[in-house]
Design a protein around this ligand. Structure first.
Ligand code: 6PG
Length: 478
């Protein structure tokens, strides 16, 4: 077996086979392997003409077919299956070889794996790959972590096969060990928020206007020509205008209203809680999926809970549609602002030194949250790489400020008319919280000191204090 393949992929389910095809289409000799050889044979049968593949039945032959330093891409289910493949691979590799995990691994697992393989002289590159099956084949957004040394030989190949925006690859070195998978996790958290906000906008239009799914699809198609232009808005316009062949009804009306989740959004929220970053939009989106699946509670709620809400009387259809559009854009900015805060906090905690502008830049294409306004976020971080709050960038302060009255009308209207809009509402509450002169957190601190002597700080002098509530209520320095 001559070692002539420049990169290898093990795990040839749809994502793995499409990545392998993408490498081959870009002129690389690609070693391919799968636990069941039949999948490898079917890849060669169906796509062998697209480039130079080197199929192997055994893992040993697969490794032997790779030139040094070997670059092996693992594309199997996250968790145990990934560990199993690593355990089979590592004894066959030599110092300096590179193992790339391109699945949706949980970043703590990636940190553990990177440390373990580094101790054996190997590079472990946890890599976020976003864009689904189509992206893997035609150009994903790629978020590799690991050592800079591994990126020297691996990076150019990933940049070659990634999506391009204005000729710029949607792939770049993210940072050490788990940084790549962390950024992909936050990408997915933002994806959840984006999808929930779009769903709420749809529901507001449906309930506020009594518009049909098709009419709302046409509204989204119109929105996709402006600041909201994005992959998710585009597919929403498509989905809402799709008709179910079996019933002739709007497709969205025959879909059960219970949203599922593989776990990346949940991880994002858990991490936001750990870091103390208020990613309220992502959290509300994740909990909205959980609520939709809370069947016993929803059945009981439908049966017992009165609406006490007025029917939504929209007097000016076009003005209402514009209000929803502005509220959607403003809420979306909040969700992205929170996601980038989370990246900054994790980067600091883990000494990853993640460049948020670069992350926005590689999300402009290929990934699920690709959107025109990621250009604006990239520009914001180019203006100030240490921007403490994306919302406070002049472009976004103006853009969101212009829509603030509309945002307030829509959130108030949703509340008055009994339409659930948790992500819209929490985003507006976050906006008002983060700009507030004083927050009622002062009272929370006072309460905590009263029942738990948890102390407090004062606004008028340094130090930490406690009031002796059960005694003479004198204040002592803690
Ligand atoms: C991507 C997607 C992908 C993820 C789907 C499903 O970036 O290509 O995020 O990685 O698998 O979004 O995720 P949920 O089941 O959690 O919605």
């Amino acid at each position: 077996m001559s070692a002539r393949a420049q990169i290898g992929v093990t795990g040839l389910a749809v994502m793995g086979r499409n990545l392998a095809r993408n490498f081959a289409r870009h002129g690389y000799t690609v070693a391919v392997h799968n636990r069941s050889y039949a999948k490898t044979e079917s890849l060669i049968a169906e796509a062998g003409h697209e480039g130079d593949f080197v199929p192997s039945e055994s893992m040993a032959d697969f490794v032997a077919s790779l030139e040094r330093p070997r670059k092996v891409v693992i594309m199997v289910k996250a968790g145990g299956p990934t560990d199993a493949v690593i355990d089979e691979l590592v004894p066959l590799l030599e110092e300096g070889d590179i193992v790339v995990d391109a699945g949706n691994a949980h970043f703590p697992d990636t940190i553990r794996r990177e440390n373990a393989l580094r101790a054996q002289g190997l590079h472990f590159v946890g890599t976020g790959v976003s864009g689904g099956e189509e992206g893997a084949l035609n150009g994903p957004s790629i978020m590799p972590g690991g050592t800079r040394e591994s990126y020297e030989s691996l990076g150019p190949i990933l940049e070659d096969i990634s999506a391009k925006v204005d000729g710029v690859p949607c792939a770049t070195y993210v940072g050490p060990d788990g940084a790549g998978h962390f950024v992909k996790m936050v990408h997915n958290g933002i994806e959840y928020a984006d999808m929930q906000l779009i769903a709420e906008a749809y529901d507001l239009l449906r309930q506020g206007l009594g518009a049909s799914a098709r009419e709302i699809g046409e509204i989204f198609a119109q929105w996709n020509t402006g600041d909201l232009e994005s992959f998710l808005i585009e597919i929403t316009a498509d989905v809402l205008q799709h008709v179910d062949a079996e019933t002739g009804r709007a497709f969205v009306d025959i879909v059960l209203d219970q949203a599922e989740q593989k776990g990346t959004g949940r991880w994002t929220v858990q991490n936001g809680l750990d870091l103390g970053v208020p990613i309220t939009g992502i959290a509300e989106a994740t909990f909205a999926r959980a609520l939709s699946g809370s069947v016993p509670q929803r059945e009981a709620g439908r049966a017992a809970l009165p609406a006490h809400a007025q029917a939504w009387e929209v007097k000016d259809r076009d003005a209402f549609i514009e209000d929803v559009r502005l509220a959607l854009y403003a809420s979306k900015v909040v969700a992205y602002s929170q996601g980038f805060d989370q990246i900054a906090a994790a980067s600091l905690e883990n000494s990853w030194d993640i460049d948020r502008g670069a992350m926005a830049r590689i999300w402009r294409g290929g990934c699920i949250i690709r959107a025109r306004f990621l250009n604006r976020i990239t520009e914001a971080y180019e203006r100030d790489a240490n921007l403490p709050l994306l919302l406070a960038d002049p472009y976004f302060t103006d853009a969101v400020g212009n829509g603030l009255a509309a945002w307030r009308r829509i959130v108030a209207g949703a509340a008055q008319n009994g339409v659930p809009a948790p992500a819209f509402s929490s985003s507006l509450a976050y906006y008002d919280g983060v700009r507030a002169e004083r927050l009622p957190a002062a009272l929370v601190q006072a309460q905590r000191d009263f029942f738990g002597a948890h102390t407090y700080k004062r606004v008028d002098r340094d130090g930490t204090f406690h009031t002796q509530w059960s005694g003479d209520r004198t204040e002592v320095e803690a």
